[in-house]
Ligand binder design. Structure first.
Ligand SMILES: *Cc1c(COP(=O)(O)O)cnc(C)c1O
Length: 403
């Protein structure tokens, strides 16, 4: 494939993936972002940085995560062979730590002495607090008041790890507002602070940087599936909140045209219900958190609150690269409802002895519908991006079970 047709050429110099992405920030933030971009460009191909990153991924996170042939599910669905990429086995229970490690190592190289982050469900907050403890840097996590109430176990985890939680009471008191506050903090603490963003959102270079750190997932899959099948997978499936685990799986395969890709958004109570988190299926382009992308918004352009049973998919936007891949039809964006996710959650527990997070349970719900229509010589890889221990109370409530 020549470079012009390659998906890997994106973003352009200004951080655009086609029409999406870019850097829509206050002037006061500009020097900071440019500094991050410049330093990131430097370390991206730097041997000593990559060696250190690699060391911690192996010895601290536990990479490479296994690729597992889900035989019982494959037998049951009677179509393609199903494999799980087991990123739920990572330290802290999800893929988020891959990115946090990359960013904190960059922060250290830049001489920063204070870390800030935003969190919704608390998973990114926990991963950030974890690497801050590891590298002995003070950590402040912005979290909406509503989320603090909903996610008290993760709030306690972050505190145990030494982080300071800053409750955010503006707007809808959830993730979007926490991200606004973190950006505000960053502007006022220019010199010493590094902002670790949790998904492929935010101003350039964040969507690219987070993607690069997460692309370890797809790189490993490419090698691992070859050992099993001696070929590329026919289909990749992942769930989508902001889009970091999905692009992490997809990126390495974007130029392999024969590999199809499906990303699954959260349809909440249904796409027609007004209570969902499907930014691509139910939103339109706008600007939020420093980039242009598909957003859930009202006719007058107000950002709408997202809903999903899975707190990690509950974001009204989506990474700009996904908006680009959507418009180009390289990736197909489907959705699963709360109910379908719960069914898939239960199915996975019983069939494979794996309690999945509610986020990948959305991907599994779509996989269950598609695999029976495929052939037995075809191969599907799904990213099992998180474990479900955090979700058992939510699931019990949805099933009307008292614990
Ligand atoms: C945070 C989270 C997500 C959503 O974030 P992405 O950036 O879309 O990957 C999905 N799954 C799990 C387990 C998470 O913790």
């Amino acid at each position: 494939m020549n470079k012009k047709n390659s998906y890997l050429q994106w973003p352009d110099e200004k951080g655009y993936f086609g029409k999406y992405g870019g850097r829509y920030v206050a002037e006061t933030l500009m020097p900071l972002i440019l500094d991050v971009e410049e330093k990131y460009k430097k370390i991206r191909n730097d041997k000593s940085f990559n060696k250190e990153f690699d060391y911690y991924l192996k010895k601290y996170v536990g990479r490479p995560s296994p690729l597992f042939f889900a035989k019982r599910i494959s037998d049951d669905l009677k179509g393609a062979k199903v494999y799980f990429k087991r990123d739920e086995l990572n330290h802290t229970g999800a893929h988020k730590i891959n990115n946090c490690l990359g960013q904190i190592l960059l922060a250290k190289k830049m001489g920063k002495t204070r870390i800030i982050a935003e969190t919704g469900a608390g998973q990114h907050g926990v991963a950030t607090a974890t690497v801050c403890a590891l590298f002995n840097l003070p950590c402040t996590v912005y979290m909406g008041e509503k989320d603090i109430e909903r996610q008290s176990p993760n709030v306690f985890r972050m505190k145990l790890l030494g982080a300071e939680i800053k409750p955010v009471s503006s707007g809808s008191k959830s993730l979007k507002d926490a991200m606004n506050e973190a950006l505000r903090d960053w502007v006022t603490n220019v010199k010493n602070t590094f902002y670790i963003i949790g998904t492929v959102a935010g101003p350039h270079p964040y969507p690219t940087m987070v993607r690069d750190f997460q692309s370890i997932i797809g790189k490993e899959v490419k090698k691992q599936i070859f050992e099993f099948e001696k070929k590329l997978p026919d289909l990749l499936i992942a769930c989508i909140g902001g889009g970091s685990n999905a692009i992490g799986l997809f990126h390495e395969f974007l130029d392999n045209k024969e590999v199809k890709m499906i990303a699954v958004e959260a349809a909440g109570y249904g796409l027609n219900s007004n209570k969902h988190a499907a930014s691509l299926s139910g939103g339109k382009p706008g600007v939020l958190h420093g980039n242009k992308t598909y957003l859930l918004q009202t006719n007058s352009g107000q950002i709408k609150e997202a809903h999903s049973i899975s707190a990690g998919l509950d974001y009204p936007g989506i990474g700009p690269e996904h908006s680009f891949l959507h418009d180009n039809k390289r990736v197909k964006y489907l959705s699963a409802t709360d109910k379908e996710a719960i069914q898939a959650f239960k199915y996975c527990c019983k069939m494979e002895g794996i309690i999945p997070a509610l986020e990948p349970a959305h991907a599994l719900a779509v996989l269950k519908k598609i695999v029976p229509k495929m052939n037995s010589n075809q191969v599907v890889v799904m990213n099992m991006c998180g474990r479900g221990d955090k979700d058992i109370f939510t699931v019990a409530k949805a099933l009307n079970i008292k614990l």
